[in-house]
Design a protein around this ligand. Structure first.
Ligand code: PLP
Length: 349
């Protein structure tokens, strides 16, 4: 995180029904809409992203949910839908794979689903699912709502909320937005609000109808995390200055640089491999498969000693992979420094 973003948080508190709060929320709305490429209101939720994943299902699902699963976070979406009482099935592909429009088409033909959950950029494997194509399959199937977790994608890769017809899309503050954790952002289309009206079990804290009603007055239903809103406000200004286009291009450049580095290492006889196949690679996070002799947790520990944070794999991939998060406010120059050190670590082990 940039120091000025951290710094933006240490300002005096304002009352959540005060005029200053309405000004703050009102000022952020056009920039949030710019970020989501939408004309609808963008919810700002004091919760982590998982809160809005649960809200998406509770407001937007009707009876039968199909969850596209290919890693830890898409599995979480599946578990949430099931735990909220919906009949939920998983369309699961092996770790490192994505979902094709054809797979979804077949699954929708075989089952009577009204809702789909999908993770845009599966942070545990570095796989990017083709959201625009999946959305068009969902809509061609009739009254099927697509709920999209774009947590590690939005602000780092194109998301066209309205043009792609994403019924609900959400993100969290601490990934490609490079903010402190604790905020989630989301957009619901009219389709979801209509479903919410008929969903008495949607609860109170995450009731989208309340979000809409309050946001129309530049308010939040409950007391928001004011300090985090200050950070978001400051970061939205920075993103506007950089422009979303250049931000996305910077992410694409970091991703290309990482993939080229992996190829170059393999040419030198170090058996690294990008887990996701070309065409399904996330521009924000790369998961790299390691040769048998290397352990993900050891490599990340040795990087930490040298002042760099990378992640080992997630869940079953813990020791067989490492993950580099080239997202947020990172730059190609910073990434080059990291890769130079990582090169040292993997060639000496
Ligand atoms: C990090 C992450 C989440 C969960 O975010 P929390 O803020 O911990 O709730 C959900 N989905 C994806 C794809 C993520 O990367």
């Amino acid at each position: 995180m940039r120091p000025e973003i951290l710094q933006a948080q240490v300002r005096p508190m304002i009352g959540h029904r005060a005029r200053a709060m309405e000004e703050l929320l009102g000022r952020m709305q056009p920039l949030l809409q710019y970020l989501f490429r939408t004309r609808r209101l963008v919810y700002v939720s004091t919760s982590s992203a998982t809160g809005l994943m649960e809200a998406a299902v509770r407001n937007g699902a009707r009876r039968r949910v199909l969850s596209l699963v290919n890693g830890a976070f898409s599995e979480r979406f599946f578990r949430i839908a099931r735990a909220c009482g919906f009949e939920t099935s998983a369309l699961e592909v092996p770790l490192g794979h994505g979902h094709t429009p054809e797979m979804l088409e077949d699954a929708l033909r075989a089952g009577d689903y009204d809702t789909i959950t999908v993770v845009h950029s599966e942070t545990s494997t570095g796989v990017l699912d083709p959201i625009a194509e999946l959305a068009s399959v969902a809509h061609n199937a009739g009254d099927v709502a697509l709920l999209v977790d774009s947590v590690s994608a939005l602000a780092g890769t194109p998301v066209e909320t309205d043009a792609w017809g994403l019924d609900f899309v959400l993100t969290g503050s601490q990934k490609a937005l490079a903010l402190p954790p604790g905020l989630a952002l989301g957009v619901a289309q009219e389709t979801i609000l209509k479903r919410a009206e008929r969903n008495p079990a949607r609860g109170v804290y995450f009731d989208f109808l309340e979000f809409e009603k309050n946001l129309a007055k530049n308010q939040t239903p409950n007391t928001p995390a004011v300090s985090l809103l200050y950070a978001l406000d400051a970061q939205l200004q920075r993103i506007r200055e950089e422009t979303l286009e250049r931000r996305i291009e910077r992410h694409a450049a970091m991703a290309r640089r990482t993939w080229e580095w992996v190829d170059a290492m393999r040419d030198r006889g170090i058996g690294l491999e990008v887990l996701a196949p070309p065409g399904f690679r996330s521009p924000t996070v790369t998961c790299i498969r390691l040769p048998e002799a290397m352990k993900g947790s050891e490599i990340s520990a040795r990087m930490r000693e040298r002042g760099f944070t990378i992640a080992s794999g997630y869940g079953p991939l813990k020791d067989t992979t490492i993950r580099i998060g080239h997202m947020g406010d990172h730059t190609v120059e910073e990434l080059n420094e990291l890769l130079a050190i990582l090169e040292h670590v993997v060639t000496k082990s």
